[in-house]
Design a protein around this ligand. Structure first.
Ligand SMILES: Nc1nc2c(c(=O)[nH]1)N[C@H]1C(S)=C(S)[C@@H](COP(=O)(O)O)O[C@H]1N2
Ligand SMILES: [Mo]
Length: 220
């Protein structure tokens, strides 16, 4: 696997229909494969009213139906949590951020993601352009626990960047911390470069408990 692909600049983005890489990518340093996701929610999960839902991308608002109509990516990708667990070859469908750029052009140096309940994450714009707006997993819509209706996803970045229950995307010239970045995690979070914590030194994982099974509103 060449270095280009490992840093996430594989050819799948932009071609619209390209394939994900699944386990061919191998396991990034310091990770271990697990079979099941651990569902996290750092903040109390939100209510989701899909009829009223609009994703705001800069100054463009898109309904869930409009988003589904824009899907241009389907493939398998690996999912890596910074705490060390990875899930291989998840079948994902969504909208490439390159494709979405035709409707809401990315400007600035960073993309900031804000979730319905207030969780945030941030990625540099070069990384943004390698990702997708994830809408479907395993051939069906995201479940509520998976962040329905939408979340960004970047195979080459740790999964805390993948903000569930996404409400908006803003393009910024100046860096701001998201939820975990404010707690010491890295500005970019590349899994192949092990960008777990800010600075080179280290840092420690903070406790995060799995999402409680009972969820308010029940989604949908
Ligand atoms: N809104 C929201 N999104 C979030 C989080 C969160 O706490 N709230 N946790 C992040 C972290 S640390 C990980 S590893 C993944 C976990 O995704 P999962 O809950 O679908 O397994 O979601 C990310 N997105
Ligand atoms: Mo995570």
């Amino acid at each position: 696997m060449d270095e280009d692909v490992r840093t996430g600049s594989g050819s799948w983005v932009g071609s619209g229909t390209a394939s994900g890489t699944g386990t061919e990518m191998g396991l990034p340093p310091g990770q271990r494969w697990v079979r099941r996701f651990i569902r996290y929610s750092a903040l109390p999960p939100p209510e989701v009213d899909i009829e009223r839902y609009r994703l705001r991308v800069a100054d463009v608002e898109l309904s869930y139906g409009e988003l589904l109509g824009m899907i241009d990516f389907r493939g398998r990708m690996d999912f890596h949590c910074v705490t060390g667990w990875s899930v291989a070859g998840v079948e994902m469908e969504g909208i490439t951020f390159r494709g979405l750029g035709r409707i809401a052009e990315p400007r600035g140096r960073y993309a900031l993601f804000t979730s319905l309940e207030g969780y945030t994450s941030i990625v540099p714009i070069e990384d943004y352009l390698k990702g997708i707006l994830l809408l479907r997993i395993d051939g069906r819509p995201l479940s509520y626990e998976e962040g329905f209706p939408a979340r960004p996803f970047f195979e080459h970045l740790y999964a805390w960047k993948s903000a569930k229950w996404l409400r908006s995307i803003d393009f910024l010239n100046d860096y701001v911390d998201g939820y975990w970045e404010a707690r010491g995690y890295h500005e970019r979070g590349n899994v192949w470069l092990e960008e777990r914590f800010k600075g080179s030194g280290g840092g420690r994982h903070l406790a995060r408990s799995p999402m409680r099974p009972e969820v308010p509103g029940g989604g949908r």
